[in-house]
Design a protein around this ligand. Structure first.
Ligand SMILES: NC(=O)c1ccc[n+]([C@@H]2O[C@H](COP(=O)([O-])OP(=O)(O)OC[C@H]3O[C@@H](n4cnc5c(N)ncnc54)[C@H](O)[C@@H]3O)[C@@H](O)[C@H]2O)c1
Length: 393
């Protein structure tokens, strides 16, 4: 652990509980590993699966005491809310359609939440979570984890400093190829993502298009005002998109173009964002997440390396290993947890932090993500027409 990342009181640990993350699941285990990297919190409760045996098995494997392994998240929230030593925050890692009910159950008990993306399946649900979080004084983070990469933090610092000037044009892409085959009949991650009842109104745009949207929002602070989207259903027997092209107009007048795909052969998790400004350009590629390409007008392109001495102090402080020893996905998640648990400790100490200044992706960003998905679906259904993206409520 790096000293600068510590928060809270020596001898005390935050307690957390997890919903989802049962046997064979993808992201629950990533959260748990990330928590462990910095000892950010102790996992003491959970409802890991709707299947009783799998739930128990996971609880036992994770050393959860029997009375804190719950049959469902509603019981978990209610029982934790009654304890003298409740969990400080809940981690929601289930498929999209249950995010709202699970988050609401914990917020109602005054328990802070870290929820996977996309936040909810409708904007109305997302706004209800915002109302509830405010009413109960809860912190809320959305696990758009790529924003935790050191070089994303560096890119944001460079843009905020004005080094690349005003943003003119944004290009974002996230190609994958795993759904080129029909996996949904025997692979659970594919099954729920292609099922509207569990994924929501979009598969590809909701699952990975939102990562582009969130990355651009996080880096530049720009809000999308209008968009025009074509959501393409590629693959026999499917009803939801597996490919999408989206044109965008931002609140400062900048223009953008996003492409996401799950049928682009030769691609794993190719999230790449390029931001072009009046004085320079910046490029981040999550599969090369230890590097950042920065070009200032009239100068040769430079490759910044994570861990190097020339990084800004805030991003330099996040680097865990020297240059050339790669950090990745787990570290990015751990950085979100470091930010989020720091905010919780501040709250416990009575210092209410301004969530607008938070380094982790906030509820506001999660709401923008859901509005982005809804607007893409609406545009595409009307034949790829320009639609306004709702702003604040
Ligand atoms: N931020 C990222 O980079 C990232 C990456 C992958 C997935 N995700 C998000 O994480 C979520 C889960 O995705 P996944 O790929 O891990 O799914 P998964 O199918 O691998 O795992 C989901 C887990 O939730 C459990 N579950 C389902 N309903 C439940 C309920 N009501 N109560 C308790 N447990 C329940 C399942 O049994 C399973 O263990 C999705 O919202 C997805 O969009 C985010």
């Amino acid at each position: 652990m790096i000293e600068g990342r510590k928060a809270g009181t020596p001898g005390q640990m935050l307690r957390c509980g997890m919903v989802g993350g049962g046997p064979g699941s993808f992201i629950g285990g990533v959260h748990r590993a990330a928590l462990g990297l910095d000892n950010s919190a102790q996992l003491v409760a959970g409802c890991f699966s709707r299947d009783g045996d799998k739930n128990r098995q996971t609880g036992e494997a994770l050393r959860i005491v029997e009375d804190r392994g719950y049959p469902d998240f509603t019981t978990m929230a209610r029982m934790e809310g009654r304890r003298d030593d409740p969990i400080d925050f809940a981690i929601v890692t289930t498929p999209n359609s249950s995010h709202f009910d699970a988050c609401r159950a914990f917020l109602e008990q005054g328990i802070h939440v870290m929820c996977e993306k996309p936040l909810t399946v409708t904007a109305a649900q997302a706004l209800e979570l915002k109302r509830l979080a405010r009413e109960r004084g809860c912190l809320f983070a959305v696990a758009s984890a790529y924003t935790g990469h050191v070089m994303v933090r560096e890119a944001r610092a460079i843009i905020q400093r004005g080094d690349i000037g005003d943003v003119l044009v944004v290009m974002g892409e996230y190609p994958q190829d795993w759904l080129i085959d029909r996996l949904e009949d025997n692979q659970k991650q594919a099954a729920w993502r292609t099922d509207p009842a569990q994924a929501g109104a979009s598969n590809c745009t909701g699952d990975i298009g939102t990562h582009i949207e969130n990355m651009v929002r996080y880096l530049t602070g720009l809000r999308i005002r209008q968009l025009c989207a074509s959501l393409d259903v590629i693959g026999a027997g499917r009803t939801l998109d597996t490919n999408a092209e989206i044109l965008l107009r931002y609140d400062n007048g900048a223009r953008g173009s996003y492409w996401c795909s799950q049928v682009a052969i030769g691609n794993d998790n190719g999230l790449k964002v390029r931001i072009f400004g009046t004085k320079g350009a910046i490029e981040f590629d999550q599969e090369k997440s230890n590097y950042l390409k920065v070009t200032l007008k009239g100068q040769a392109p430079r490759i910044y390396s994570r861990g190097a001495g020339y990084l800004s102090p805030a991003s330099a402080a996040l680097a865990r290993t020297p240059t050339g020893h790669p950090e990745g996905y787990h570290e990015a998640y751990a950085n979100l947890y470091a930010d989020f648990t720091r905010a919780i400790w501040q709250k416990i100490a009575g210092q209410d932090a301004d969530e607008a200044e938070a380094d982790y992706p906030t509820l506001e960003m999660g709401i923008d993500g859901v509005r982005f998905i809804e607007s893409c679906v609406a545009s595409s259904r009307q034949g790829a027409v320009w639609v306004d993206v709702p702003a604040d409520d």
